[in-house]
Design a protein around this ligand. Structure first.
Ligand code: GLU
Length: 478
């Protein structure tokens, strides 16, 4: 291993941070951290029409949310045009590139026509063979010109750390445009120049780019530059086995923040989308992942994004979290769901922490809190439909009425005292404890399931529990 690993993430800003780009960023970052190297952030924003500052901020926000910090950058390709121009000029000087004056629309029409005939199409180098006089004429007429790279007539092969030997025949690669007529370089040229100038040792990127790699290698060779190593990451597929895209609804990294996911859990899950530590560990701290991360453990087969698995993993993180930390993370959700206002969240912190300890086992995401704990905050909760059918009848209402007179007398409303009274009441009335516990839970919480009833009642408090039982009884019309 080179002792100074330098890797990069080079997103093109599109206003959306795809989980696949987040996974690429993560693998680069893990590799850099594992080897004590540097992780560089470069924004590939030469496609000026599509790029905007706001789109870039989505990427920065996503990386920060996951805790992926970068050591250098962000560098913006749009600010480095003069550097690329210098390299393009050197290729022109060495006659390894040439000006092409062809009308791009006309070429596109030719290409489509060939595809219709089920034929391959490659640029036929007609501008390479222009005579000096023809060229001078086109210059005189100010015909827009692009720069094309003169692709050598030799096959290209390279070793990919994930996919191993890759070979591409020369005739499969056309003379690619490296600079547009507006003087802006294309992706392949800018990528090679930047990877070289930034001292990138390993290019770790999605496998969709593997067809670009032979072109980039030829550019390195033509420019006489040293090359990085390559590792192309498997695709991430949706559950329908097509490439995960916006249409799957699960592709945006930041949607997981809104859906109440813990960034460490998302990082953990993404780390396993194409890599494994080589044993059966799944829930791992970021530090453990860094320690175990090696490129040769990346699986070349495509990975399927399994949202249920991610949800499960998130639940594990929530469960392992201290009640205090969970309370802190829940703050924005508690306010958003109007369970409490921002000030109450501060003044009732102790109460929320206790609620967390009771319900966290039942939460997979932070948004679940509303459903599993809403009744701790809201006395006017809705009753579950099924439970109403089951518990709203004369017998239950009578039972709860009788129990009410007993529980009203309970001094010190602790869970022990509540339990003793519930069990005592059942015994006196010749009932099984559950025959009173189930309706009581329903009256107090509106739910048929939940954490321990006695602890729940203690936390809700005597007065609120009595009010709730009375509300249940009074609402019964018989
Ligand atoms: N801008 C490219 C992308 O977002 C980066 C490709 C690369 O890493 O070379 O896919």
């Amino acid at each position: 291993m080179k002792d100074s690993v330098r890797v990069r993430i080079a997103p093109s800003p599109t206003g959306f941070f795809h989980v696949g780009s987040a996974r690429t960023a993560l693998y680069n970052w893990l590799f850099a951290r594992h080897h004590g190297g540097r992780f560089i952030l470069r924004v590939e924003d030469t496609d000026v029409v599509r790029s905007s500052t706001e789109m870039i901020s989505v990427i920065l926000e996503g990386l920060k949310w996951l805790g992926i910090n970068w050591d250098e950058g962000p560098f913006f390709q749009s600010e480095r045009i003069s550097i690329y121009t210098k390299y393009v000029q050197s290729l022109l000087d060495k006659e390894k590139a040439y000006y092409c004056y062809c009308d791009p629309d006309e070429l596109e029409r030719e290409k489509q026509a060939a595809y219709k005939r089920k034929q391959d199409w490659r640029y036929d180098r007609r501008c390479l063979n222009l005579t000096p006089a023809e060229r001078a004429e086109k210059e005189k007429q100010k015909i827009p010109r692009v720069v094309r790279f003169l692709v050598p007539d030799e096959p290209v092969s390279f070793f990919d750390i994930v996919h191993h030997e890759i070979k591409r025949e020369a005739e499969d690669i056309e003379d690619l445009v490296i600079m547009r007529s507006n003087g802006i370089p294309t992706y392949n040229l800018a990528c090679v120049v930047d990877d070289y100038e930034m001292g990138i040792t390993h290019v770790i990127r999605a496998v969709d780019h593997i067809t670009n790699t032979p072109k980039q290698i030829l550019l390195y060779q033509a420019l006489g530059l040293s090359m990085p190593e390559y590792a192309h990451l498997p695709l991430i597929l949706g559950e329908d086995k097509s490439k995960l895209s916006k249409r799957h609804g699960a592709a945006s990294l930041m949607s997981y923040k809104e859906k109440g996911y813990i960034p460490d859990a998302v990082l953990n899950y993404l780390s396993l989308l194409g890599w494994s530590p080589g044993d059966d560990r799944e829930v791992m701290t970021t530090q453990d992942i860094i320690m175990a991360f090696e490129l040769d453990r990346i699986n070349p087969s495509n990975a399927v994004f399994d949202e249920q698995k991610l949800e499960w993993m998130n639940g594990q993180y929530i469960y392992a979290m201290s009640d205090g930390e969970l309370c802190d993370r829940l703050r924005p959700f508690i306010v958003k769901y109007n369970l409490l206002d921002a000030e109450e969240v501060e003044s009732k912190k102790e109460f929320i922490v206790k609620v967390c300890s009771l319900v966290k086992l039942r939460m997979k995401t932070l948004t679940d809190f509303k459903d599993v704990a809403g009744y701790f905050f809201d006395d006017d909760f809705e009753y579950e439909e099924d439970g109403l059918k089951k518990h709203y009848n004369t017998d239950t209402v009578k039972l709860l009425n009788d129990f009410l007179s007993r529980i009203e007398q309970v001094e010190g409303f602790t869970h022990e005292a509540i339990e003793e009274n519930v069990r005592g009441f059942a015994e006196t009335n010749d009932l099984k404890a559950r025959q009173i516990i189930h309706p009581l839970r329903f009256a107090v919480t509106g739910r048929q399931g939940g954490p321990g009833l006695f602890e729940t009642m203690e936390l809700i408090g005597k007065e609120r529990c009595l009010t709730r039982i009375r509300r249940f009884i009074d609402g019964f019309k018989g």
